[in-house]
Unconditional design. Structure first.
Length: 537
């Protein structure tokens, strides 16, 4: 028989979460608190791993399934976009139907769709199932916080939320290493199969120990807002991904960009006229909250861009195996985890107007240093940049999230937490889309000249222009029965063109980071200093 659902209605909640009830543990037994935390932590790890582990697997997926750079972007973006659009609605669904039920449904669906990604055998199928993963991931994430808040009394809540956040950070940091080991010693499919045993553990523990809870007076489900927002974001991202193939000035590109802008404008308009909107526009009356949201989006714009394209560089241009690539990325992901407490300290002592600019400058300088990369650059050219990027992201994510949650009205605390999580995912989508299009456009404009410059005959260089999709992934075409000298010239030309595209993408990321640093100077003092538990990674 299902456990009786508990209901609470008084204090504001995180996305999908009630306020904790003093002195109460799940099912009335404090011994269940640790197991409850273990169950939700495994769910968080599943979602976190798939945010970074795929970066290592992407080059192998592309080669195995003959995917283009655009396809690889969609393998990342399909997941992040579905997650971003559905985080707040799925929190609302948990409020209505029960957080345990929705969370465990997400665990099962995420594990099964991960299994499907490994066995489907086509690039289109992988992308489709990544959307499904994103949907089920959105069912898990907001409800993990709701379950924690419903289980832990106030005196133990902060520690529980800290462990929850640490699970996310560890999965993000460990993703490249785990992905490298699996890809090198098993296959790329095993990166996704890993979610099956992890999900099984989360499900088994969850069925045994999680207490059901739901809100007695949940918000209405804003289906109209969800459809308009999802359509607008899809049109925007799809146009950015296809801009290189269609041309930035083509009717299709401009038409989709315009459609995305119109739909997003319509979403903002409709939300001001909806009684219980998906995203209340009144939140953005706070300058600090608005800047904090933009800072989160821009920092993950840069971070995901670095992870996506530098991973292609490490494996396809530099020639590192997957494990080596993951190890080389460790200074970035590990520093991100370590820097979060530093960000909290700087933010507490000096405020967001110091912490956010400091972090964004670190991020910008780290990307600026990567502009010196060449195909044969030693690791001495890489690790200082990775440390700075990880430091910058770790500091900004805490300070900007505090600016969002602490400046929201008390009654909108849960929505503000959902807004922060959504900005993280949207930043990743836009980073891979925009920077990928910049890289691909630069490769298209430089490839033939790069071949000729490195000694490839003009006629052969013209024919090799057709290999542009391969070069945008950092790979070099090979001519059958070509002399060694010609083959070396083709490789050198392909590497030079890819590096030109990578440098331009990194330059755009650098400019975005410094612009965000300037914006951060306008963050004011938090209006609600007791709201920091809404921070989510």
């Amino acid at each position: 028989m299902p456990e009786p659902a508990s209901t609470t209605t008084s204090l504001p909640s995180l996305p999908g979460g009630d306020p904790p009830v003093p002195g109460r543990a799940a099912g009335g037994r404090r011994g269940r608190e640790g197991w409850t935390l273990a169950s939700v932590a495994f769910g968080v790890i599943m979602v976190g791993l798939d945010g970074t582990v795929v970066a290592i697997a992407n080059p192998y997926i592309g080669r195995s399934l003959h995917g283009s750079l655009s396809d690889l972007q969609w393998i990342t973006n399909a997941y992040l976009l579905a997650l971003a659009v559905l985080l707040v609605p799925m929190g609302n669904l948990g409020d209505r139907l029960g957080r345990k039920r929705v969370f465990l449904t997400g665990v099962v669906g995420f594990a099964l769709s991960s299994l499907g990604v490994g066995v489907i055998g086509s690039i289109g199928g992988v992308i489709t199932l990544r959307v499904v993963q994103g949907v089920f991931g959105a069912m898990m994430m907001p409800n993990t916080l709701g379950i924690i808040r419903n289980t832990f009394p106030p005196e133990r809540l902060n520690r529980a939320v800290g462990i929850w956040g640490g699970s996310s950070a560890i999965s993000i940091a460990g993703g490249p290493i785990v992905g490298g080991l699996l890809v090198e010693h098993v296959d790329w499919q095993s990166v996704f199969y890993l979610n099956v045993p992890v999900g099984a553990v989360a499900l088994a523990i969850g069925l045994a120990v999680l207490a059901e809870s739901r809100d007695a007076s949940p918000r209405r489900f804003d289906l109209r807002g969800l459809v308009v927002l999802g359509s607008g974001l899809f049109a925007l991202v799809f146009s950015l991904v296809k801009a290189d193939a269609w041309g930035w000035g083509s009717g299709r590109t401009l038409g989709l960009l315009a459609a995305g802008a119109v739909l997003l404008g319509a979403f903002a308009f409709l939300e001001t006229r909806t009684a219980e909107p998906l995203l209340p526009m009144r939140l953005f009356r706070s300058r600090s909250l608005s800047i904090g949201t933009l800072a989160v989006l821009l920092e993950f714009f840069a971070m995901y861009g670095v992870l996506f394209f530098v991973t292609l560089y490490l494996q396809n241009v530099h020639g590192y195996d997957p494990v080596a690539a993951g190890v080389h990325l460790l200074p970035l992901t590990a520093m991100f985890m370590v820097a979060s407490p530093l960000g909290a300290l700087i933010n507490e002592r000096l405020g967001g107007r110091v912490a956010v600019p400091f972090g964004m400058v670190c991020l910008g300088v780290g990307m600026l240093l990567l502009l010196s990369l060449q195909p044969g650059s030693s690791y001495l050219h890489l690790w200082p940049s990775f440390v700075l990027v990880g430091l910058g992201v770790g500091v900004v994510v805490v300070a900007s999230s505090d600016a969002i949650v602490a400046n929201a009205p008390v009654e909108d605390g849960g929505l503000a937490g959902g807004l922060q999580s959504t900005a993280v995912q949207l930043g990743g989508v836009l980073g891979t889309s925009v920077l990928g299009s910049v890289l691909a456009t630069k490769v298209a404009g430089t490839l033939q000249a790069a071949f000729v410059h490195h000694g490839v005959p003009a006629g052969t260089a013209a024919k090799l222009q057709a290999a542009r999709p391969l070069v945008t992934e950092g790979l070099a075409p090979h001519l059958a029965h070509a002399p060694a000298a010609l083959d070396a010239a083709v490789t050198a030309g392909a590497d030079a063109s890819f590096m030109a595209g990578l440098h331009l993408a990194l330059l755009v990321g650098t400019i975005v980071s410094f612009a965000a640093a300037l914006l951060g100077l306008f963050i004011g003092a938090p209006a609600h200093k007791d709201r920091r538990s809404g921070i989510a990674l």
